[in-house]
Design a protein around this ligand. Sequence first.
Ligand SMILES: Cc1cc2nc3c(=O)[nH]c(=O)nc-3n(C[C@H](O)[C@H](O)[C@H](O)COP(=O)(O)OP(=O)(O)OC[C@H]3O[C@@H](n4cnc5c(N)ncnc54)[C@H](O)[C@@H]3O)c2cc1C
Length: 455
Amino acid sequence: MSRPLRVAVVGAGPAGIYASDLLVKSGEDVTVDLFERMPAPFGLIRYGVAPDHPRIKGIIKSLHAVLDKPEIRLLGNIEIGKDLTVDEMRDYYDAIVFSTGATGDRELRIPGSDLDGSFGAGEFVGFYDGNPDFARDWDLSAEKVGVIGVGNVALDVARILAKTADELKVTEIPDNVYENLARSAVKEVHVFGRRGPAQAKFTPLELKELDHSENIEVIVDPEDIDYDEASENARRESKSVDLVCQTLEGYAIREPKGARNKLFLHFFESPAEIVGEDGKVVGLKTERTELDGTGNVRGTGEFTTWDVQAVYRAVGYRSEAVEGVPFDDESAVIPNDGGRVIDPATEAPVKGLYATGWIKRGPVGLIGNTKSDAKDTTTMLLEDFAAGLLDAPAHPAPEAILELLHEREIAVTTWDGWYNLDAAERALGEADGRERKKIVEWDQMIISSHPEYEI
Ligand SMILES: Cc1cc2nc3c(=O)[nH]c(=O)nc-3n(C[C@H](O)[C@H](O)[C@H](O)COP(=O)(O)OP(=O)(O)OC[C@H]3O[C@@H](n4cnc5c(N)ncnc54)[C@H](O)[C@@H]3O)c2cc1C
């Protein structure tokens, strides 16, 4: 072929960035257009990872080297499926890789989920991480708060709620988030898991780190430390599970350090109902459970109503469909066979379409996991190309798509634009004695990226 293979990657989170990198360094002549809905790239590294995790946020720096590559062109502020349809894209690209991740909260089907004061964890994350799609103001008037879920997102939410605003002021949080947190009434955070310590989905580092704040007293009831045979096996088989159990045991037996806010980690409490009065949360009812020998639990019929005035539901994220691409509503992923998008009716591959990252396998796993995922998907794409299975597009010239976007008057943000936004956020931070302060508003991000645009 006398021209480069043209690939569109949709979603500039870690999965899309790693996939772009693997494609351009594959040895084939490939150029990538990396489309992103937001004005800024980096997906959940920017809008999910907690602000007090600077080391993880720092992965953005290592991704600069990828996006600096001339064969990768970032086209931001474009929502595929709305601003540009998938059918239209087929005229410009040999193949399209979807790496659209996840943004919404998975539903928790218990009574009271829609009460005032019952929040999706993802909504709160969107607020404190300065995502312009989410609320700018947050009700933190509850003194006692419940968090449902025992994964890292539950820990992030619990930690941010239990820390003081001043502890977080050194991070990149925008002013409105700091001001909101400074008014917070939260004194107690209760995290609930329906199974036991050996079944918790925390990673050891995140769990240990809870204790690093001098303002947080982490408390575990010794009664909640229980293992059955399957739990013991899990501890033997996984160093990570064992470390989590050891840390929880440590929390259960030590003397309190006298910190101002309490963070309870409760196990064997299955949320049954968010209790309301006059439409507002006034409690969380849970059923005590016990291990059944297989690592699963059964209900004991013993119920407790916890005195909390707000409940955060941290039971997982959920991906959304992209118009024009198959979607499995049940598992909320793009149906695929190892990365090749398939037609759910026939299970046959849909020519030229691929998926990677959370939209491919669901919202579990760390940033690092998206790398191996991207390897599998891009390998398949290149195999299909080598086998002559991709249709040549009508307009493969890189300028052609820009002309279409220009005709549609879309304020496309670019990689140079990111450097401008980055500099603007750093300057805002510097004025405040910190590394960065996030710019939240959509238009403000565009203008900071491209001062030449008129918005
Ligand atoms: C609250 C939270 C905290 C986390 N903390 C950590 C942590 O500390 N350490 C860690 O390793 N992992 C952490 N993770 C996990 C990590 O964020 C994910 O593993 C990773 O971001 C998944 O990458 P992805 O590229 O598949 O999806 P995403 O990061 O979600 O990226 C998808 C991108 O696609 C874009 N997009 C969506 N739809 C469209 C469309 N139609 N058109 C164009 N663009 C679109 C989105 O705007 C987004 O930028 C955390 C996750 C969450 C939710």
